[in-house]
Write a protein that binds this ligand. Sequence first.
Ligand code: 48N
Length: 314
Amino acid sequence: MSPALDFIEPVALPHKGVVPVGDGKVNGKSAVDVADGKWKDFTFQPIRESQIARAMARRYFDDLDKYAESDIVIVGAGSCGLSTAYTLAKARPDLKIAIIEASVSPGGGAWLGGQLFSAMIMRKPADAFLSEIGVPFEEEGNYVIVKHAALFTSTLLSKVLAFPNVKLFNATSVEDLITRKDESAPGGLRIAGVVTNWTLVAMHHDDQSCMDPSTINAPIIVSTTGHDGPFGAFSVKRLVSMGAIDKLGGMRGLDMNTAEDAIVKGTREIVPGLIVGGMELSEVDGANRMGPTFGAMALSGVKAAEEALAVFEL
Ligand code: 48N
């Protein structure tokens, strides 16, 4: 251990197998003496509370300023959104990628496997993504098993957050989409950014007056807000309400074999500037749900990233 951290070096207490002879002391010191000695003079470096406040505020507002103009915004930090972010950030370290996640805790539905069971199943060939991010798994024929879904989500999250060109704004909701008239687009609209608010603010629009939102401009938005639920399917429901698409197909019943292929292969730009992936897409296309298997989320994220890069490179 580096000398700077030697204070946490475990105290070399007498091994149980070695019975101290006599007064229970080793080299004239008892275990308590040795432990106390180490901690007795311990102290942290001094600090003034305002230094902590400034360190946090400065970085947060620097990030708000820096990412007010982003190259790509990903809405939703579930398994699909995080897989998109990983694939994009690795492929294009020059792009500024903002992730907007409504919940305080990112990860969406991928912290547990299914029905509160903790193991996570991915059908092959999604095991290639697990190998790419370094998540160990057990082989079982046509599928693999990660021993705890949180091992996948925490590993992916840590990799995404380690990229210098990625910023996660969690506890932040996308409340609307920035639009531009575009006669060449099917619904006459192009998406050019997102409208955001802190989620705790967004939840109180009905009981607090005029808390206006903020915005992020970006040429490409990848929306992965999950299937319809309290927060889900946000962007595609907004596209319908603004007349950019006619209606939603609505997610269909569970059929693993049909659902996973349809979500991955169907991940695409729905209207110019807005790519939809993951379970949000099932609401657009009327795709089946797949239940507790997550390979399609990972590979839909990979495909969403490829779709974004293809548009970006036009
Ligand atoms: O995990 P989800 O809900 O969505 P995906 O598509 O990443 O993964 C879906 C997957 O968990 C399943 O549903 C599995 C495979 N089951 C399928 C089945 O058959 O039931 O993550 C979406 C994230 C969440 O963290 C939300 O908090 C967030 O998106 N979110 C938002 N973030 C910002 N602004 C919003 N308006 C918003 N809406 C949702």
